[in-house]
Design a protein around this ligand. Structure first.
Ligand code: NAP
Length: 517
């Protein structure tokens, strides 16, 4: 059942009519509600013949015709009369929608006055490729567009920061109250949530592309992601918003995991990518009860500690927060650290398997020398977790001072990363990489030479893209037990899911979903 009325429009941008016709068919198969035919992308365009071909022969979906001039970010560089003639013709032939730029809208309406085009809705559009104006200026722009007689208002701006999108949402909600069909999209990677959450806030349509990267405006997701990753049709005003905050963030698997779990158990939530520059500003801006839970990754885990109203004691001792939940009773932000739980228990299981002993009260980590590479959020979490289990801790970090600082807090030793290869005070040590070394795309990198791995009995890598890093491959080749970062990922996700939803995490489902990635 549909929970929102927001349409999904696939932009069609072929150089030939034949290619466009094929793409229209693909769009239909993919579940589009309409297509935007970008006439300015055609290398040659014969209005009578080509518009007839589209409308008479291939009208399998509603058509929006756009003939974007260079001065508004499109490709058309010819005579204005010819351009507007083509759009008038599209209306005569029965186009469902045409897009007219605000700059020429009055002139266009003057030229069609007295004629009736029962079918066609006119979208009057304005594009800002530099920034997103203030709420007041956006409101003025909506009023100017409405004053042209537009059937639908379209405003596309650019996100310099993700917080810019909040202003578009504000205008969108306001437009809904005043019953003006409104398309409000914020371009660029930082504007991605505008393209997903417009279904929650009442946008008229969003764009979804056929292929990733083949976009008509920066930041468009694919229609597949809209429908299958974000469960777009299920989103509605009551949908709660969760997300992963990071920079970069697009590599995260959390949206796949959480959205799939939400869908399976019928939980009314959506989990989005949040490319955030300034965490405090982000949390201040998205302070409504619609935004209820955030996972936090690089480089914001430490600043997250300072941005929460209350912090769980474990997260406080670790010095990093990777999970923020808005308390329903008073809206306060509570910070947790769920990072280490999954990793530490997977390492214990790995060691137990090796020792062939089943779960005893004493952790197999007790008394072991545990070398943590990295002193960031994940490093602190693992060092803290292993210390709790009775291990002796050594921190090796690129920036020695940070290693020293963490070692002092935790009661361990510090090492410069460059000394790691020659470090072997004893055999049977445990190694945990918590830096991003070896992460995609730099999969050839590793934090330690292969020859030094023989001093370890178990190697864990927090990196989980790829699943088996060069470090883990070389450890396995050296006969060392390995534990993949995916175990940590799934472990922290269990904990977060329960905190976000108040429901028990679907553990088997998590494992099944992640097996495919
Ligand atoms: P973070 O707080 O930014 O810390 C990054 C750490 O990596 C710092 O110690 C930093 O050293 C070091 N580092 C970064 N680039 C390096 C390089 N090129 N050479 C040497 N050292 C480098 O990040 P984080 O949140 O702890 O995350 C670290 C990694 O763990 C990421 O790859 C993340 O994806 C992964 N992770 C995985 C999971 C999971 O569930 N599997 C959970 C959390 C994190 P300096 O102090 O010298 O800058």
């Amino acid at each position: 059942m549909m929970k929102n009325a927001t349409l999904i429009c696939v932009p069609i941008m072929g150089e030939t009519v034949e290619k466009m016709v094929l793409d229209i068919q693909k769009a239909k198969l993919n579940g589009a509600d309409l297509v935007e035919i970008r006439l300015d992308s055609l290398s040659t365009f014969n209005p009578h013949q080509d518009l007839n071909t589209f409308i008479q022969q291939h009208h399998s979906l509603p058509f929006l015709f756009t003939y974007r001039p260079i001065w508004e970010g499109g490709k058309y560089d010819g005579d204005e009369n010819r351009r507007l003639d083509a759009l008038r013709l599209a209306m005569e032939l029965g186009a469902d929608y045409v897009d007219i730029e605000l700059k020429v809208a009055h002139e266009f309406y003057d030229s069609i006055r007295g004629k009736t085009f029962n079918k066609t809705k006119v979208i009057v559009s304005s594009h800002n490729y530099q920034y997103t104006p203030s709420v007041e200026d956006l409101g003025d722009l909506v009023a100017r567009i409405q004053a042209t007689g537009a059937d639908i208002v379209k405003i596309a701006t650019t996100a310099v920061e993700i917080t810019d999108v909040a202003r578009m949402f504000q205008i969108m909600v306001h437009s809904q109250v005043s019953h003006v069909p409104f398309i409000g999209l914020v371009m660029g990677d930082r504007g991605l949530i505008s393209r997903v959450l417009c279904a929650k806030f009442g946008g008229y349509l969003t764009f979804g592309t056929l292929e990733s990267g083949v976009v008509s405006a920066p930041g468009q997701p694919t229609i597949k992601d809209l429908l299958h990753l974000y469960n777009f049709r299920q989103l509605g005003p009551e949908t709660k918003v969760y997300g992963i905050i990071g920079k970069p963030v697009s590599h995260s698997k959390s949206p796949i995991l959480f959205n799939e779990a939400f869908k399976t158990v019928g939980f009314n939530g959506v989990f989005v990518f949040l490319l955030v520059d300034d965490l405090a500003n982000f949390l201040r801006t998205y302070s409504s009860t619609d935004f209820v839970g955030f996972s936090v990754t690089i480089p914001h885990k430490e600043s997250a500690l300072k941005c929460c109203d209350e912090v769980d004691p474990v997260a406080k001792s670790i010095g990093a927060v990777n999970c923020i939940v808005r308390r329903p009773t008073d809206g306060k932000l509570i910070g947790y650290n769920t990072d280490y739980v999954g990793a530490i228990s997977a390492i214990e299981d790995g060691l137990r398997g090796k020792l062939n002993s089943s779960g005893t009260a004493v952790s197999p980590l007790a008394g072991k020398l545990f070398v943590v590479i990295g002193a960031g959020g994940a490093g602190k979490a693992l060092a803290y977790g292993a210390k709790e289990k009775g291990a002796r801790i050594v921190i090796a970090n690129r920036t020695y001072d940070r290693a020293r600082e963490l070692a002092d807090v935790i009661g361990g030793d510090a090492l410069a990363l460059s000394d790691l290869d020659s470090y072997h005070p004893e055999d049977g040590m445990i190694l945990a990489n918590t830096t991003s070394i070896g992460m995609q795309p730099k999969v050839d990198e590793t934090p330690i030479s292969k020859h030094a791995l023989k001093f370890y009995s178990l190697v864990f890598d927090a990196v989980y893209t790829p699943k088996v890093t060069r470090l883990l491959k070389e450890a396995e080749e050296s006969g060392v037990t390995i534990v993949e970062g995916m175990e940590m990922f799934i472990g922290q996700a269990y904990e977060q899911y329960e905190k976000y939803t108040g429901l028990p995490a679907p553990k088997q489902l998590f494992r099944k979903i992640m097996e495919n990635y």
